[in-house]
Design a protein around this ligand. Structure first.
Ligand code: Z5A
Length: 210
């Protein structure tokens, strides 16, 4: 029998509130009685986690190196975690996936969209998410929230303009894939954000997207 497991991804820039959103997704899937794994990018698998370490804590990385490492980690993650779980009818929820590469390496670092599409075709193929929740936050609001947290990694140390570009990248992806990507207004308080996430999940369930 064909697997009916679904693939959900969560996206957003710095301080968007992905941790809270992930807990809302988990609670909703528990309510639905679904079996799932939670994973993340970059990382989610032994080799990919080693690459994550390089990506987030190297002193400097060339943009092309960053791009290649993101997709190398993604390939390990897809082959060893995402596809095997989906094939066993286990849902997969990933904290970030390929849209992040378009936003961070694409509009963030200035790598051509067509280059990203080339790697997307090669590595992701048709293993695209069924639903992506994109937490859209004003970069100033997000950076203010994130400032109160622990020490910043290499990417988090970037400036406001970088995070504004990232937002534009996500909005461009949203325009390209309005059926798959749903924008959550993450500028509001946690209760309002939570309510919209639950609404999008339930709507997707009703429409048999999930
Ligand atoms: N990256 C990339 O460049 N290319 C790629 O292809 C991929 C990733 C896949 C690691 O990601 C880095 O890799 C990331 C993008 C890049 N770099 N950056 N920036 P990560 O996901 O591991 O790291 P992160 O972006 O720093 O995410 P995070 O810390 O896990 O989540 P967050 O959304 O930034 O923040 P949060 O911890 O959920 O919330 C921040 C604070 O705000 C916290 O204290 C909350 O309690 C508070 N909060 C949350 N929501 C609200 C609301 N609504 N109101 C008020 N306060 C709130």
């Amino acid at each position: 029998m064909m697997s009916t497991a679904k693939f959900i991804t969560l996206e957003g820039s710095e301080g968007a509130g992905k941790t809270t959103a992930l807990n809302v997704i988990k609670a909703t899937l528990d309510c639905w009685g679904v079996t799932y794994v939670i994973t993340r990018e970059p990382g989610g698998e032994k080799n990919a986690e080693a690459i994550r370490e390089l990506l987030l804590h190297s002193e400097h990385l060339e943009s092309t190196t960053e791009l290649l490492l993101m997709f190398a980690a993604r390939n390990e993650h897809l082959e060893k975690v995402i596809r095997p779980n989906l094939a066993q009818d286990i849902w997969v929820v990933s904290d970030r996936f390929v849209d992040a590469s378009f936003a961070y390496q694409g509009t963030g670092r200035g790598i051509a969209w067509s280059t990203l599409e080339y790697f997307e075709n090669m590595v992701v193929g048709d293993t695209q998410p069924d639903l992506t929740l994109y937490l859209d936050v004003d970069p100033e609001v997000g950076l203010k929230r994130a400032a109160d947290r622990s020490e910043k990694d290499r990417i988090e140390k970037e400036n406001l303009v970088f995070f504004e570009n990232i937002r534009q990248g996500y909005l461009k992806r949203l325009k390209q894939f309005p059926q798959r990507i749903k924008k959550i207004n993450a500028n509001r308080d946690i209760a309002a954000v939570t309510q919209q996430i639950i609404h999008e999940l339930e709507k997707a369930r009703e429409q048999r997207v999930l």
